[in-house]
Design a protein around this ligand. Sequence first.
Ligand SMILES: Nc1ncnc2c1ncn2[C@@H]1O[C@H](COP(=O)(O)OP(=O)(O)OP(=O)(O)O)[C@@H](O)[C@H]1O
Ligand SMILES: [Mg+2]
Length: 493
Amino acid sequence: MLAALLLCSTASMALTPDGEALLELKLAFNATAQRLTSWRPSDPNPCGWEGISCSLPDLRVQSINLPYMQLGGIVSPSIGRLDKLQRIALHQNSLHGPIPAEIKNCTELRAIYLRANYLQGGIPSEIGELVHLTILDLSSNLLRGTIPASIGSLTHLRFLKKSIGGNYVKMDKQTVPDGAKLVTYQWNLPYSTSEIIKRLELLDEEDVVGCGGFGTVYKMVMDDGTSFAVKRIDLSRESRDRTFEKELEILGSIRHINLVNLRGYCRLPTAKLLIYDFVELGSLDCYLHGDEQEDQPLNWNARMKIALGSARGLAYLHHDCSPGIVHRDIKASNILLDRSLEPRVSDFGLARLLVDNAAHVTTVVAGTFGYLAPEYLQNGHATEKSDVYSFGVLLLELVTGKRPTDACFIKKGLNIVGWLNTLTGEHRLEDIIDERCGDVEVEAVEAILDIAAMCTDADPGQRPSMSAVLKMLEEEILSPCMSELCYEQHLEL
Ligand SMILES: Nc1ncnc2c1ncn2[C@@H]1O[C@H](COP(=O)(O)OP(=O)(O)OP(=O)(O)O)[C@@H](O)[C@H]1O
Ligand SMILES: [Mg+2]
């Protein structure tokens, strides 16, 4: 709710300076009428704009993510006014002109992706002043000249890519690390340490499968064809390695069919790498809201299978682990789907480990806002009950097929929970359910909506525990009961 207020109310407030700078960028990008339509001067801040993530509570822009957007203009020098920017991804557009020297004012920058544009001129030597820079990808542009010497002083720089004379040259500054350390959990990975470290070091932008608040996720394929997902967490400051590693050990010991197993951990001088099982179909967020939905929409049964499995995974974390684990970041992008659409909850326990780390921006990713319980937003204190709230939002997302920050609620100053309450009050079930679900019995939808409503109760004390939620879902989905009397009994759980 607070997020909704932050994002969409107070229409009379002037746009923040970061928002102004972005509008100047948009103008220079020459965005066509259909592009960046959510970038509106009338908004109080840019945090809900397409491709933008901000930090909380100061609502400063931390990330610009606009690859493959057919942007055709130049990168405006106003980029330099976004002095809290950590990541800029404008690859695969048609940008031309020089890389503005003003980029040096973005002193927090960790990653610059400008690959596959038509950028001209030289690489500004000022880039060498960006001391946190880890990834600089300027390949496939029309840049000329040599790589400025100043870039050699960037101690964090891991990847530097540039095209020279049309030939693609990759320079990997990572030397074979002396201080590298590899820890494997549960099952020993059947590969030698040096083999894994060698594979990890070879990971490249072509292997990237996604980027989140903690860092970049790569697909690592071993010689025997086995795939792993590697989450690279860039080290922005000295971290408490011992506590971190001890807690990871606990996370690595957890095993459940509906959880993504943590298989190992590798510490390199510049990064921490977490090795997970690779889950083939990627995230529910992509599956539900991406192109796959057009070809193979998730029908009602598939959605219920996902709801049930996710509830099992989460209930296991809360009730079967000792001490119990609060996930803190339940959302569709943290539910991964295997080939048979069995869900696996990912990133459990990670937010707590990394939340103090300056590189972490989970709570500021616009998409996450809608999942957070009101009390968590207010006091920052995550509990099992705030996970239950997020799970309730996930249920609503499965039923409605809408992201919790969908424009249709935000326009009305509501979040998905408020929107749903209005529609259910008016008995407009047909407007609620995603038509791509196929034929569904009204009773079944109502039962799931009731469970979601309990989970998203504003009072955390009134929300059911995850084990109770699981039980209700099992009874509804596995043995749907038709009589009112039977349903009354569910509510007493
Ligand atoms: N184990 C995995 N197997 C397959 N794909 C994965 C795996 N883990 C992550 N991914 C892919 O990488 C993307 C980014 O994941 P990541 O966890 O970094 O970001 P996120 O879930 O969007 O946000 P957050 O950092 O808050 O968790 C996911 O959406 C998913 O597509
Ligand atoms: Mg994730």
